[in-house]
Design a protein around this ligand. Structure first.
Ligand SMILES: [Fe+2]
Ligand SMILES: [Fe+2]
Length: 131
């Protein structure tokens, strides 16, 4: 069973962005898998690093497009990205110092946040990006 499965209803009709969302989903699945395998010590820092790095890459990709199309909900969307980045950066700090233990609840939090963001906030730019 896949922990976090892509569904076509999550598409924003921009192939490059769908690809990036799938990659974020992959990272969350890797984290969940490591949690289950309990091999976390070696893997945790690199997974959190990937999550932070790829989230920064993906969010700035979306935000560049907001500016390009003059997206009216840019401010609130960027704020959501910023709050999430702050949160995962605090995980990164704890992971780097050896104080973060992978838990199912962490994977569930990331899955829920990403799913809600992609299905809610990201869907709202669909019609602007299609132009
Ligand atoms: Fe997104
Ligand atoms: Fe977004």
């Amino acid at each position: 069973m896949i922990f976090f499965e892509w569904d076509d209803k999550m598409s924003v009709n921009v192939p490059e962005i769908d690809k990036q969302h799938k990659k974020l989903i992959d990272i969350v699945n890797r984290m969940y898998q490591e949690t289950m395998n309990q091999t976390q010590d070696d893997a945790i820092v690199s997974i959190i690093d990937d999550l932070v790095d790829y989230s920064i890459y993906h969010f700035s990709f979306e935000e560049r497009h907001f500016d390009r199309v003059g997206y009216p909900e840019t401010v609130s969307h960027k704020r959501e990205h910023g709050i999430f980045l702050k949160k995962i950066n605090s995980y990164k700090k704890r992971a780097d110092s050896g104080a973060l233990i992978l838990s199912v609840s962490l994977s569930v939090f990331l899955k829920d946040w990403l799913f809600d963001h992609i299905m809610g906030t990201d869907q709202r730019y669909k019609k602007y990006f299609a132009k």
